[in-house]
Design a protein around this ligand. Structure first.
Ligand SMILES: NC(=O)c1ccc[n+]([C@@H]2O[C@H](COP(=O)([O-])OP(=O)(O)OC[C@H]3O[C@@H](n4cnc5c(N)ncnc54)[C@H](O)[C@@H]3O)[C@@H](O)[C@H]2O)c1
Length: 268
């Protein structure tokens, strides 16, 4: 019996990185997965890999900033798999870094739209749908919002990302309280990864946008490693395991909480 056996999950940004690892781990533990992403080839490959490993998964192209596409995604979960119990709001971007004085309003808005508005839309359509498939005393629903250590602590040249991820942290608590007070049996929690070795971090290092990066990618990577007391970056599966815990009934008394998985980054 898997830890999320028989549940149906939507994982956004599932084509690579943390989303791909999360989809695979939830499927391994018995959930049926709707993998969504803008990247059709990558997302389909992840769904195929899950199916080849004996799990159940489908892919849907889904832009998380488009409300009508959220409506279609939750309907697909119900039609193909008979319900929805778990939503992982994972899709996100690492924006160009830079001081507030030089940031354009357009780039600020783009980060807020992709990294925060999307989570609002996910919570809205997730709660509306999940509440139909959970009941008090029965199997519960779980929404997991991927924030960041940068939703907990500030970083220069990351004002838009800090604001979006900090917004995800408190949006999560508001949603958790609404669900609890309405008696929906849906828990809502945020996850706060440190730097994880995914395409997002590798691309950001290569673009030179990490922490106002003034050095080359390899040197910057070493500097990032030094910020993590455990002496390394995280791997996607380590965040997927945190999401699995919050998805399962093992975390049944957790809602509105912040699960930090950062190799000690924020403990200093
Ligand atoms: N990697 C890290 O160090 C780290 C640390 C803290 C938080 N996070 C957060 O974790 C999440 C996943 O990060 P990752 O490192 O796996 O990133 P990634 O770039 O490896 O993967 C992100 C995925 O999201 C998809 N995506 C982007 N915009 C989208 C949109 N509008 N609609 C649908 N899909 C979209 C991309 O196509 C990609 O497949 C993000 O929210 C990120 O902010 C990552």
């Amino acid at each position: 019996m898997g830890r999320v056996q028989g549940k149906v999950a939507i994982v956004t940004g599932a084509a690579k990185g943390i989303g791909a690892a999360t989809a695979a781990v939830l499927a391994r533990e018995g959930a049926k997965i709707v993998c969504t992403d803008l990247d059709e080839q990558g997302g389909q490959a992840v769904a195929d890999e899950i199916a080849n490993a004996g799990g159940e998964a489908i892919f849907k192209r889904h832009d998380v900033v488009d409300e009508s596409q959220w409506e279609a995604a939750v309907v697909l979960a119900e039609e193909r798999f008979g319900g929805l119990h778990i939503l992982v709001n994972n899709a996100g971007i690492a924006p160009e870094g830079g001081p507030i004085e030089e940031k354009t309003l357009a780039s600020w808005r783009r980060t807020i739209e992709i990294d925060l508005d999307s989570v609002f839309l996910g919570c809205k359509h997730g709660i509306r749908t999940i509440k139909k498939h959970t009941s008090k005393g029965g199997a519960g629903g779980s929404i997991i919002n991927i924030s960041s250590i940068l939703g907990l602590v500030g970083q220069p040249n990351a004002s838009d990302y800090n604001a979006a991820k900090g917004g995800v942290r408190l949006l999560t608590k508001s949603a958790a309280l609404e669900c609890a007070e309405a008696g929906y049996n849906i828990r809502v929690n945020s996850v706060h990864p440190g730097y994880i070795d995914t395409p997002l971090v590798r691309d950001a290092l290569n673009r030179g946008v990490v922490q106002g990066q003034a050095v080359g990618p390899n040197e910057m990577r070493e500097l990032l490693i030094m910020l993590h007391p455990v002496g390394r970056l995280g791997i996607a599966e380590e965040i997927a395991n945190a999401v699995l815990f919050l998805s399962s009934e093992e975390s049944s008394f957790m809602t509105g909480s912040e699960l930090v998985a950062d190799g000690g980054y924020t403990s200093r």
